[in-house]
Write a protein that binds this ligand. Sequence first.
Ligand code: ADP
Ligand code: TRP
Length: 449
Amino acid sequence: MRAPVRILTGITTSGTPHLGNYAGAIRPAVAASRQPGTESFYFLADYHALIKVQDPARVQRSTLEIAATWLACGLDPDRVGFYRQSDIPEITELTWFLTCVAGKGLLNRAHAYKAAVDANTASSDDADAGVTAGLYMYPVLMAADILAFKAQKVPVGRDQVQHIEMARDFAARFNHTYGEHLVLPEAVIEEQVATLPGLDGRKMSKSYDNTIPLFAGPAELKRLVASIVTDSRAPGEAKDPDASHLFTLYRAFADETQAAAMHAALRGGLAWGEAKQALFELLDGQLAPLRERYEGLMAKPADIEATLQAGAAKARAIATPLLRELRAAVGLRPLTTPVIVHGEGSENVNASGKGATSRLPTFKQYRENDGRFYFKLVHADGRVLVQSEGHASPKDAGALIARLKADGAALVHDAGRVLRLADAVVGRLEESVELAEVLASLAVFAEAD
Ligand code: ADP
Ligand code: TRP
């Protein structure tokens, strides 16, 4: 079996979700989370919300609403990792490690920061007037969100692609300095999702105040649908569905047969009032069950809190060992671990084959011609200490590496130099290597806890 692809995305907890967010982000993400061969993580980006929202009650309320929205729309917390960013302290720790390798010049070019500077310049203000360091550092925080979980694919809107490129840049700089620890993520842009128009025909957006809230009650929904702009063609007059915002909204929720029927009816002169009634019924039919679930969830914040805590535990099972490894890699180590002085021994070579300045033991994973997945434990001086058994998947090999990092002290070997960790055969001790050297190398990972 192939290892699942790890997908991760964040949802900023500001504002009330609208139909555009649902059709453009929530619905496709929930569908994607059910794809076989994937492992998804969705999190509430509440540290990010603090950049824009400094009203504590609104931050809390919005986190609750957005968590309830995603759960009501069918995200299954048993299948995916669903957690709140601020429950993962590893993210802030990694943010600092990345801050120390991130180029300031690169951050100067980030869209959100540049837009603020451009607006200030245009109004002849000081370039940085009103710009917080939080806004400036936003791409570094976002990179930590992604890199802390070794995510491979990050579904985002076009406006976010630059941030993923920056995450790759920071990860590459970190790896170049400290050895191959971080995975370079890739952006995935949903090409086929439609952009929904709002009440006035511009893109539906909370910035334009033209939205239909996803969970508006039936009366409110009906009123808002009635206020969608249309042209002034009278009942009985043929209408052009392809130029109609009403039809664009209808099509985003209808199946093909319904969409074709509405298309034909408008061309045949259906009155706008009737088309609006049909759109209302279509939306209400689909949203009423979600709305009911949403209201049930909103009434039980303790249940949502428990779901998020369980999600945080699942997420930290990945981030905690990684940060332990990174702390050791950058030199934040217990003073009892042997100090490896720069210039002694040979350089570590990282997985890409380029020289890295890291002087730590490393695990190297690779695939052999037999199709199986192996790893080596390499000493800080470059010698191979342990050669693993073959594994069916990189995930199996990775799981054993994780156990060795956490629990390496329990490693034993027999007369044939076969290493075992409890029930698992790990591999072979290389010739003329002592078990003590292996244990000392593994201790670097474990002691950094
Ligand atoms: P808003 O424009 O209301 O501030 P956000 O920027 O918070 O919305 O967007 C959150 C998510 O919803 C993004 O993935 C974005 O692509 C999607 N989205 C927002 N508005 C629309 C829309 N009108 N149609 C389709 N998708 C949208
Ligand atoms: N900045 C993203 C947005 O505004 C939200 C986000 C935060 C995110 N952290 C992330 C998206 C990590 C993907 C991965 O939409």
